[in-house]
Design a protein around this ligand. Structure first.
Ligand code: KIV
Ligand code: ZN
Length: 528
């Protein structure tokens, strides 16, 4: 193999990914994801769209001020206010980048912007120049480039480079392109834009036709040097190009693409798990690279072949993308060191205090369940590190009865501080509904359940059930999560987790409005 061309990985999980429904994150969660992206070794983190909301601004500002050794990027439309705000958020970054965008396709020009080609050209150049007045790393995106007339696209790209843009990103904003066409667009720009060698060409593909990764690879094959992608492929509508897939395609088929990235591929699975847990958006089982079945061989012939020679049926090694080699792990007699070791192998960095709490939960679980698998451990760890630090309400005990032709009833006791509160009720259409009623009555926090899932954390009928839910309260959405070998208990814990977040948000809002003379700060990102 000759020398490999380096492809820059531009991660937009915190911007394009986060802006999609159901994927919003609070500040703390964004900082956690940013840390994971740094550990993954991405080249550029697009941390948000600072003008979009005070929450977005603050996230970009804190990420820019915290992380070193990586470029931090903020998005802006081609207008002064957006660009100034982006710079305000980015100015403390070690390596800041302003990303300006403006739609160029005929549809967008005519219906959205109501601007002529000349006006678009002029606005794009002004945007790039303004961004350059703040920092010398400026990316320009002609939005909806894949549906833009090629001659005009080339004109805009040439003008943006002449104005000083150092990266030109070619977005397929609506996921309309097909691989051959995407490749030809990049090749056309490479061959017809005279100053193209003065900028890095990037690609940003949406997945509406399931072609985002294929289109990105076609662009790379034709000269793109940067690919924009997200963890688990989250993003607007059907999402963006999945980082884990494009990176592993380049690595596994380096013989074909002759390219490489700086990504630490062993962090792919832990990072995927983190983003999935934080957003509550599950990764489909058969998802390439990071899905639970990605390396599971079921067919007897395949298993036989694998045992004889791994490469008969495996093109990648599971451990190279962060799957641990074995699954069966610990038992009743395992100690704290073994637990810490396993947690590390699964990609977690626990503090001493977190490890102690997980260990206590682990011992309780080991009394109920003989074999503790990785999935059990992940559920326990996630539960510890994601729950609200100082919970207002916690579960003391419950008893529930339900049956055929019988209305369900529940006796529930919760704790707040030192006080216990008990409610007995016979309501709802099943034990879960009854539990919702009882929790609402005790806490006095009414919620509307918008989404609710229970899944088993591992195999076996004694597996822990992991309940995740999304509830609405006063127009805002909150997530909750709970685990237990009893699924009603897991659900009550998940509901209390969401209610504790509601209480915390209200307390924070009360403190903020008491301490700011300008009145309450607008809540921009209610999902906690
Ligand atoms: O899809 C898109 O066009 C975008 C741009 C802002 C790059 O996300
Ligand atoms: Zn996009």
């Amino acid at each position: 193999m000759g020398e490999l061309r380096m492809i820059k990985i531009f991660d937009t999980t915190l911007r394009d990914g986060e802006q999609s429904p159901g994927c919003s994150m609070n500040l703390q969660e964004k900082l956690e994801v940013a840390q994971a992206l740094v550990d993954l070794n991405v080249d550029i983190i697009e941390a948000g769209f600072p003008i979009a909301s005070p929450g977005d601004f603050e996230a970009v500002r804190q990420i820019a001020s915290t992380f070193r050794g990586v470029t931090i990027c903020g998005l802006a439309r081609c207008n002064d206010q957006d660009i100034d705000r982006a710079w305000e958020a980015l100015k403390h970054a070690e390596s800041p980048r302003i990303h300006v965008f403006l739609a160029t396709s005929a549809i967008h020009r005519q219906f959205k912007l109501k601007m002529t080609r000349e006006e678009i050209l002029e606005r794009a150049v002004r945007g790039v120049e303004r961004a350059l007045s703040y920092c010398d790393d400026v990316e320009f995106s002609p939005e909806d480039a894949a549906r833009t007339e090629r001659d005009f696209l080339a004109e805009v790209v040439e003008a943006a480079i002449r104005a000083g843009a150092t990266t030109i990103n070619i977005p397929d904003t609506v996921g309309y392109a097909v691989p051959k066409q995407m490749g030809e667009t990049i090749a056309f720009l490479m061959n017809s834009v005279p100053n193209i060698d003065r900028a890095t060409i990037s690609v940003h593909c949406h997945n509406d036709l399931g072609l985002a990764v294929a289109n990105s690879l076609a662009a790379i094959e034709n000269g793109a040097g940067q690919v924009e992608c997200t963890i688990n492929g989250i993003g607007e509508r059907a999402g963006n190009c999945a980082l884990e897939e494009v990176v592993m395609a380049l690595r596994t088929r380096a013989d074909y693409y002759q390219c490489a990235t700086r990504i630490n591929t062993r962090r792919l699975v832990p990072t995927s798990r983190l983003v999935s847990t934080i957003t509550g958006v599950a990764v489909q089982r058969n998802k390439a690279i990071v899905g639970r079945n990605a390396f599971a061989h079921e067919a007897g012939i395949h298993q036989d072949g694998l045992l004889k020679e791994r490469t008969t049926y495996e093109i990648m090694r599971p451990e190279d993308v962060g799957w641990s080699k074995t699954d069966l792990v610990l038992g009743k007699h395992s100690g704290r060191a073994a637990l810490a070791d396993r947690a590390r192998a699964l990609g977690y960095r626990l503090t001493g205090e977190q490890l102690q709490r997980v260990f206590e939960q682990f011992k309780l679980l080991a009394d109920k369940k003989k074999e503790i698998y990785d999935g059990d451990l992940v559920a326990l760890i996630e539960n510890q590190i994601r729950s609200v630090p100082h919970e207002e309400w916690s579960l003391v005990s419950f008893r529930v009865s339900s049956g055929t032709n019988e209305s369900p009833s529940i006796r529930l006791t919760l704790r707040r501080g030192q006080q216990h509160f008990t409610e007995e009720c016979s309501m709802g259409d099943g034990p879960i509904d009854a539990a919702f009623w009882a929790v609402e009555r005790i806490t006095g926090v009414p919620v509307v359940c918008k989404d609710f899932h229970v899944r088993s954390a591992t195999i076996g009928r004694d597996a822990q059930g992991e309940a995740t839910l999304e509830v609405e309260h006063e127009g805002d959405t909150y997530r909750g999560r709970g685990v237990s070998t009893d699924t009603v208990e897991a659900t009550i814990k998940a509901l209390l987790d969401a209610i504790n977040r509601i209480v915390l948000t209200k307390k924070d809002a009360a403190t903020t409005s008491a301490t700011t003379s300008d009145g309450p700060v607008q809540a921009t990102n209610a999902i906690q």
